[in-house]
Design a binder for this molecule. Structure first.
Ligand SMILES: NC(=O)c1ccc[n+]([C@@H]2O[C@H](COP(=O)([O-])OP(=O)(O)OC[C@H]3O[C@@H](n4cnc5c(N)ncnc54)[C@H](OP(=O)(O)O)[C@@H]3O)[C@@H](O)[C@H]2O)c1
Length: 293
């Protein structure tokens, strides 16, 4: 499967590094290799991952998740070609959102340095900065692709209107859109983002596809329906939840975030499960109420 209209091949499930910087380097290495073994070649990170405004350190952890991945790649350079690195910039720990030309160009250079690579496969604007004209952000993204610093570009947490406005000034199609999407957060099905992805061929990278832990750890009507599906396929509720996101007709890749290697392997099984339409709509109805009287 390709990432949007790019020629980048990706697995059906992705691994995300938001919670990654808490690990020592041995555990971090094990996590990345387990994810690759489970078919998750797209590793999603961001310059802000690791940031915590409270620790008594000058950098407060900004860049820490990227640096940890960079260390793994330095120790095992052959991994670079196996990993599709997706990073993000545009959350400035102070402002907090900044997508000005100057900021984005400096941000990608800093990310490349921490990741210890001369290109990333996907560069994403993390959140919309409504104080910067879309033309200006587009100029930065155009320059990033032209200079070979990224093979493809994407956005995260943009509305459909914001995505269209940015796309109008880009030389290349946005390969990915990254909204929060899960069985317990189904807004992208009604706010137009998934339909926009279908229209343009962009891939959806679904963040927090287990609701950040709410799906496996809490009970409710959605979880009860997922349990029924899981029993039918001989699997777990978490796997059924990932299969739900993949069942939408848009190209959806859930980005999982567990730090537990056993769970990473288990969740890889979701790539093999294709829910029926009835099962998919059972989850929708558990979330939204009956679709038919
Ligand atoms: N673009 C954005 O604004 C944005 C925002 C948030 C996240 N993201 C991306 O999405 C990725 C995933 O986010 P997420 O970590 O919230 O995803 P998630 O997979 O929905 O949630 C992972 C959390 O669920 C917990 N969990 C509990 N039981 C579990 C089970 N049985 N199986 C798996 N996990 C279980 C994990 O704990 P354990 O570690 O103990 O298993 C972990 O804390 C991030 O790493 C990042 O790449 C992007």
């Amino acid at each position: 499967m390709k990432l949007g209209q790019s020629d980048i091949s990706v697995g059906k499930i992705a691994y995300g590094c938001w919670r990654f910087s808490q690990n020592d380097s041995a555990k971090a290495d094990r996590i990345i290799r387990t994810a690759l073994d489970a078919g998750m070649n797209l590793i999603d990170t961001a310059d802000i991952y690791g940031f915590n405004r409270f620790p008594d350190r000058a950098d407060k952890g900004f860049g820490q998740a990227e640096a940890r991945l960079g260390d793994i790649l330095t120790a095992a350079p052959s991994l670079r070609k196996q990993i599709v690195i997706a990073t993000k910039g545009g959350i400035d720990a102070v402002q907090p959102y900044n997508s000005s030309f100057r900021y984005v160009m400096a941000a990608i250079d800093a990310s490349l340095e921490r990741l210890q690579t001369d290109y990333v496969d996907l560069y994403q604007i993390h959140r919309p900065d409504v104080t910067t004209p879309m033309q200006e952000t587009a100029r930065a993204l155009n320059e990033i692709v032209k200079s070979g610093k990224a093979r493809a570009i994407g956005v995260s947490n943009f509305t459909v209107a914001q995505t269209r406005a940015l796309q109008a000034h880009l030389d290349h199609p946005l390969a990915t859109l990254q909204p929060e999407f899960s069985a317990v957060h189904q807004d992208p099905m009604t706010d137009g983002i998934l339909d926009y992805a279908s229209e343009t061929g962009a891939t959806i990278l679904a963040w927090s596809p287990l609701g950040g832990g709410r799906i496996p750890q809490k009970d409710g009507p959605v979880q009860a329906v997922l349990d029924g599906i899981a029993t039918r396929y001989g699997t777990t509720r978490a796997v059924a939840a990932l299969a739900f996101t993949r069942a939408h007709a848009a190209h959806v890749i859930p980005i999982i975030g567990t730090q537990n290697p056993t769970r990473i392997t288990e969740l890889g099984y979701a790539a093999q499960i294709n829910l029926t339409g009835r099962e998919f709509y059972d989850v929708v109805e558990a979330y939204r109420g009956k679709l038919m009287p």
